[in-house]
Design a protein around this ligand. Structure first.
Ligand code: ATP
Length: 350
């Protein structure tokens, strides 16, 4: 069976600027996909190409095997939720949601019934008579969502739909959206530059950089097994140490000339080893410590603290659960321990 959505070699250029560079991606029925990347990487351009608001210069976009590249936006079996919700201020909530079915020729009562069902779905069953200005930001967001699902599209595109909300509400809406998506069974493609948001909600995270896809995987995959240095840097905090693998099952790290056992003999001969801060622990046991250095900064954030340690050639960061131990201020000398298995190796590109 073909995928719900297939993006096949899509490229897009604005003048001399290559905004999308031969993008290939598949989205399955009912899947929740996040397009994640820094500002300007092409997320919105890709979303707008799928929606039909932009015309890629090459490549094809298929839904269930049918090429929709030439279909006008309003004929595509999908819908878009925009950042600013784009609700009609002079219409009631019910009228806003019923607008789509009415335009498609449903009778007034049929459109209202479908709008009520969609409002019920997003938890706003009693809000039909209100006007958008009488609703909170989170409620308006849900109205926009109800309006987008009322025609039961196969695919919903969401362009940073939570960015106007404050952090607390945003976190709540992330989970609400995720539950709603599971209930609806509609595939979602969600644009965000917030890695935590992507990892909270999506089954599949697509990391983009400079018009290209860097990696596609679950949140855990891209965090634990980043394919490139860009992904490792973009997703969470990371320490990088150049390494070379000896054929004898050890790795030689540039950092303090440290040699560690490493069982994976298929490791690329040289490259960069990624070590997450939570895998690096403070240790005053000289036998366990692999690195030693001088503390430069201690950042306490309540639930945990980040300890920056100068190890000579570079500064590394260790994550410590809870408040940092007293006495561990700048200038303190500390040992740092880690398990070699927690190193993730990224080979040098040929
Ligand atoms: P953000 O998170 O900031 O919205 P994005 O990843 O969604 O970023 P896009 O909006 O897809 O980025 O833009 C990709 C690149 O293409 C940017 O460098 C942008 O300046 C450029 N671009 C987008 N639209 C146009 C346009 N209509 N004309 C010229 N350049 C454009």
């Amino acid at each position: 069976m073909s995928a719900l959505l297939t993006i096949d070699g899509v490229s897009m250029r604005f003048g001399a600027y290559q905004a999308l560079d031969r993008i290939g991606l598949e989205v399955q029925q009912g899947e929740f996909v996040a397009l994640l990347g820094p500002s300007g990487c092409g997320k919105t351009t890709l979303l707008r190409s799928i929606a039909g608001f932009l015309k890629p210069e090459s490549g094809r976009i298929l839904i269930e095997g049918q090429d929709i590249s030439r279909l006008a936006a309003h004929h595509r079996p999908l819908n878009t939720v925009f950042q600013n919700y784009a609700l009609f201020p002079h219409m009631s909530v019910l009228e806003n949601v019923a607008y789509g079915p009415r335009r498609q020729g449903a009778s007034r009562s049929e459109a209202a019934a479908r709008a009520r069902a969609a409002l019920d779905m997003v938890g706003l069953a009693d809000f039909g008579p209100r006007y958008p200005r009488e609703m909170s930001g989170g409620q308006q967001q849900r109205v926009a969502l109800a309006r987008a699902i009322v025609n039961q599209p196969k695919l919903l595109l969401l362009d940073e739909p939570l960015s106007a909300l404050d952090l607390k509400l945003r976190k709540r809406m992330q989970l609400e959206l995720k539950h709603l998506q599971a209930k609806l069974g509609i595939a979602f493609i969600f644009v965000t530059h917030d890695q935590e948001e992507a990892m909270t909600m999506a089954d599949k995270v697509v990391v983009m950089h400079a018009g290209k896809i860097e990696q596609v995987g679950t949140g855990t995959d891209i965090y634990r097994q980043p394919a490139t240095r860009f992904v490792a840097e973009f997703i969470g905090d990371a320490n990088f140490m150049a390494y070379s693998a000896s054929g004898d099952g050890t790795l030689l790290l540039d950092a303090q000339g440290l040699r560690v056992p490493f069982g994976n003999l298929a490791a690329p001969a040289r490259g960069v080893a990624v070590l997450r801060p939570e895998d690096l622990r403070l240790s005053d046991d000289a036998a366990a410590a692999r690195l030693t250095g001088t503390v430069t900064d201690v950042i306490n954030v309540g639930s945990h603290s980040m300890i920056h340690v100068d190890i000579g050639e570079q500064t590394v960061v260790a994550r410590h659960g809870g408040i940092a131990p007293s006495g561990l201020g700048p200038g303190a000398v500390t040992g740092l321990a880690f398990e070699p298995e927690s190193l993730h190796l990224i080979g040098e590109r040929p």
